[in-house]
Structures are given as structure tokens and as C-alpha cells.
Design a protein around this ligand. Structure first.
Ligand SMILES: Cc1cc2nc3c(=O)[nH]c(=O)nc-3n(C[C@H](O)[C@H](O)[C@H](O)COP(=O)(O)O)c2cc1C
Length: 216
């Protein structure tokens, strides 16, 4: 679907790297560009906005939630969906991101539940940090997020960007744009066309049933 005629949706986009020269932040900017071109609104966040001390149940009980966790929750709740560009650290996600997810999972209602998510990664390696995304699916799916089946991992990312910030390989740039656009179609359908939402959920093998639906 082109941007023209799209019903309003808003996507939170962030890179899970704190590094100034982050390859994932560069990829996040490209995803944000594709979203705006597709006619949706972007809330561009930085992982620094969501930084929080290591989760500690005693701290939660005594002091409540740290400001980074509150900010993450607010920005999730202010968006229809989220897009994460995640570095791969030791074949998994950075601990900082898992810690942020753990804090946010303690809010009620739990903000990831039924929220759509798209996962992207960039790495200098030949597999583009893809293992971080498989690891990241586990907590998100556990929390009831609707993780988009397709993912995009940018291999040899240190050589992938041109002077203009675009991907030099136009086939890869097209693949990124089309993945983002297909995700947006799903988010729009979920928000604005309830019949499409029912079809999608049933396609995933779930039968909406109030008695057994997950309760939060
Ligand atoms: C602690 C650590 C572990 C890493 N482990 C991996 C890894 O398992 N696989 C990989 O492809 N790259 C790994 N890298 C390299 C990162 O992919 C690379 O530094 C990348 O640029 C980080 O993302 P950023 O540029 O967005 O900060 C690791 C880097 C660090 C600092």
C-alpha cells in the first residue's frame, strides 16, 4: 500500500545501541525514512532514553520504576507498533535491552501485549546480527507482542551505507523498504479494520475466545 490513503498510524523506532557511530542507529534512520514515505508518523527514540539500572525487585518495591522504564512504557503506549534495530552481542541481544524489557514487563497493563513489533539488525558480520533477533523474539513473544514474521538483518553493515546514508546495494534498500511497508500494512489493518485483525489472528492459529484469551 502506498502512503497515499493510509489511515493514521504511529510507530516507535529505536536502535538498541548507545554508540554515537552505531550501525543500528543508521539502519533505524532508514527504517524511519521508509515509514514516513509510507505515510505514517514516527516517534524516533534513542536507547539512552530507556536506560535503567539493573532490574532489582527490592528497588521496584521501594522506589517504583526508574525514569527510563517509564519513558519506554509511555512511548510504547503512545504508538501503534514498534521497530527495534538491535545489535548482536555474543550471539544474542545487548543486556541493556533485555533489562529495559524486564522493567517494562512489570507495568500493568503490560505494554507489549498485543503490540506489533518489527525486528531489524546490523552487524559487520556476514549474518548481520540475525541471531540477536531470534533471541529477542523470545521475550517479546512471551509478553504477547505480535512480532512480524519477516525480519531484516544487514550483513557487513560497516561497508553497506553510502555517503547519503542510503544502502549502496539497491536490492537490499528495496528489501528493507518493502519489509517496513508490509509491516505498516499489517499495523494499519489491525488498528483500523477489525475484520482483517480477526483474519490475521486466526491465520496465526488462534481462535478468539473470551473464556481462554490471555488476561492482563
Ligand atoms: C560485547 C560485544 C559482543 C559482540 N558480539 C557479536 C556477535 O556475536 N555477533 C556479531 O555479529 N557482532 C558482534 N559484535 C560486534 C557488533 O556487531 C558491532 O560492534 C556492531 O557495530 C554493534 O552495533 P552498533 O554499531 O549499532 O553499536 C559484538 C560487539 C560487542 C561490543
Amino acid at each position: 500500500m502506498s502512503g497515499e490513503g493510509r489511515q493514521p498510524i504511529r510507530l516507535l523506532v529505536f536502535s538498541a545501541s548507545l554508540r554515537a557511530g552505531s550501525l543500528n542507529t543508521r539502519l533505524a534512520r532508514l527504517a524511519a525514512d521508509a515509514i514516513r514515505r509510507g505515510g505514517a508518523e514516527v516517534d524516533m527514540a534513542s536507547m539512552a532514553d530507556f536506560d535503567a539500572p539493573s532490574f532489582n525487585g527490592d528497588v521496584e518495591e521501594a522506589d517504583g520504576f526508574p525514569s527510563g522504564a517509564q519513558a519506554f512504557r509511555e512511548r510504547l503506549e503512545g504508538s501503534d507498533a514498534f521497530v527495534v534495530c538491535c545489535p548482536e552481542y555474543n550471539a544474542s541481544m545487548p543486556g541493556m535491552l533485555k533489562n529495559a524489557i524486564d522493567w517494562v514487563s512489570r507495568f500493568r497493563p503490560q505494554p507489549f501485549h498485543e503490540r506489533h513489533g518489527l525486528l531489524l539488525s546490523a552487524s559487520p558480520s556476514m549474518v548481520g546480527g540475525n541471531r540477536s533477533l531470534w533471541a529477542l523474539r523470545v521475550p517479546f513473544e512471551h509478553l504477547g507482542a505480535r512480532m512480524y514474521p519477516d525480519m531484516f538483518s544487514l550483513a557487513q553493515a560497516h561497508q553497506a551505507f553510502g555517503e547519503d546514508g542510503q544502502l549502496e546495494n539497491t536490492a537490499l534498500q528495496t528489501r528493507l523498504d518493502s519489509t517496513v511497508e508490509a509491516f505498516m500494512d499489517l499495523v494499519e489493518a489491525d488498528k483500523h479494520y477489525p475484520c482483517a485483525k480477526k483474519a490475521w489472528v486466526e491465520f496465526l492459529g488462534e481462535r478468539p475466545e473470551p473464556v481462554i484469551d490471555r488476561v492482563e
